[in-house]
Design a protein around this ligand. Sequence first.
Ligand SMILES: Nc1ncnc2c1ncn2[C@@H]1O[C@H](COP(=O)(O)OP(=O)(O)OP(=O)(O)O)[C@@H](O)[C@H]1O
Ligand SMILES: [Mg+2]
Length: 201
Amino acid sequence: MIITLASFKGGVGKTTTAIHLCQYFATRKPKRKVVLADGDPNRTAIDWAESSQFDLPFVVTDASTALPNYDVLIVDTPARTEPEDLSDLIETSTLVVIPTKVDIFDVRATLALGDTLRPYPAKYRILLTGLPRGKRLYNAAKQLFDDQGLKCFEGGIQQLAVYRDAAYEGIPVSRYNEAGKKAMAEYENIGSQILKGWSHG
Ligand SMILES: Nc1ncnc2c1ncn2[C@@H]1O[C@H](COP(=O)(O)OP(=O)(O)OP(=O)(O)O)[C@@H](O)[C@H]1O
Ligand SMILES: [Mg+2]
C-alpha cells in the first residue's frame, strides 16, 4: 500500500500526519514493514527521525534514493502540491491523503481541486486538521466538501500543543505523555478507516 500526503497550502500537517500514520501502522502490527519516504527537499521527516531519541518502529528515508522493502509506504511531499501533479500522485498511490486546515482559505484551496479529485472517490480522502474544540468548524468544512461531492475522513485532527512539543523530542505524540496518547486516538481513527477501506467509493 502506498499512501501519499499532498496539500495545496503549506504547513497543514502533512509531515505530522505521515509520522503518526507510520506510527499507527507499525505499532498495530509489529511485523508490518512501514517506510516513510521523505520527498520534501527540506528533509523535514529525515531531520526529525535523525533527531529522535527514540527507537522508531518505522524507517524514514529519502524518497529519491532506493527504498527498502515495505508493506506500507507513506510518501511525504513538499509544502505545496502543484495542481497538475495531483493526477499523477493519484495514479501512483493507493491513497492520497490531503490534510486541509479547517480555516476557510485552506478549505477553498482544496475545493478548487475538486474536478481533479471527484473522478477517483476511492483514491483520496481529505483530512480536516487544525480543529478547535467543539464540532462547529469541522461540521462547517465537512458540509462544504459534502456539497461538492468530495470525500473526507470521518473525524479529523485537533490543534494541540502536544504535537509541537513532541516534535522537539523527535517522538510521535503517543510516546510523549498522556495528553499525546489521547491525541493519538485521532490518528488511530484515520488509520483504521484506511485499513478498512471503502467499498462504496
Ligand atoms: N494537530 C496539530 N496540532 C498542533 N500543531 C500541529 C499539528 N499538526 C502539526 N502541527 C505543527 O504545525 C507545524 C506544521 O506541521 P507540518 O510540518 O506537519 O505541516 P506540513 O504540511 O508538513 O508543512 P510543510 O508544508 O512546510 O511541509 C509544525 O510545527 C507542527 O508541529
Ligand atoms: Mg512537511
